[in-house]
Design a protein around this ligand. Structure first.
Ligand code: Y43
Ligand code: MG
Length: 198
């Protein structure tokens, strides 16, 4: 059985990928189950570069098949910030502080000008293979206060007008149908088997 390592410590993310690779006959592991990890310097200028750096560094060191996700939020009124710096927007990796900072930065701006895009880049790497790279995006609006209790990160502020709900008001299955990560996984599912057999 081939093992695929999901290059994340975020169990919420990992769960979605386990649901995808488990039925394909892969044994799925996350970084939380590895004891020796190389230092990974995510110094890319794009989500895709960072996902690729994470995945390829782990494949090179561990000789394993690896999937890495790099994702984040781009707010139009902030010229695309926080972007690749989404996890550390307010300093630490702290969702509450990040959301508070986002609300401060957008204070007073009407809803129509609070447009934003969530992005996910996925990179899959394996020994002596070219990387497989896919992406997904979703557009929404940043509310002026949080709504909903599910999800993680910026979910309580990210509002989908068509659903009249934030990501934090959706079940995981509902979120997957419309989210950046759900769309990227959809594209992955259309390309993975061909790439793996190549
Ligand atoms: O669906 C999402 N719903 C809400 N927020 C989200 C989502 N997707 C990414 N985000 C935010 C959270 C974090 O502030 C940053 C991701 O950063 P990102 O480096 O990809 O993930 P991470 O550090 O949580 O986990 P890891 O690097 O171990 O995969 O963007
Ligand atoms: Mg991260």
């Amino acid at each position: 059985m081939t093992t695929i390592l999901i290059a994340t410590k975020n169990e919420g993310k990992a769960k979605e990928f386990k649901a995808f690779f488990g039925p394909k006959g892969f044994k799925v592991k996350t970084l939380n189950e590895m004891d020796e990890l190389p230092d990974i310097i995510e110094n890319g200028k794009t989500f895709t570069e960072n996902a690729l750096i994470k995945a390829q560094t782990l494949t090179d060191k561990l000789k394993m098949t690896v999937l890495a996700d790099d994702s984040g939020l781009m707010v139009d009124a902030l010229d695309g910030a926080p972007g690749i710096f989404s996890a550390r927007y307010a300093g630490d990796h702290d969702d509450a502080a990040n959301n508070a900072k986002l609300l401060r930065e957008l204070k007073g701006l009407p809803l129509s000008k609070r447009t934003a895009t969530f992005h996910t880049s996925l990179a899959v790497t394996s020994v002596s293979k070219e990387p497989l790279i896919v992406a997904g995006n979703v557009k929404g609006l940043i509310l002026d206060k949080q709504r909903g209790a599910d999800g993680f990160g910026y979910d309580p502020l990210f509002y989908i007008p068509e659903l009249d709900k934030t990501f934090a008001e959706l079940t995981p299955i509902e979120k997957n149908k419309v989210s950046h990560r759900g769309k990227a996984v959809q594209v992955l599912s259309e390309n993975f088997d061909d790439w793996w057999e190549r």
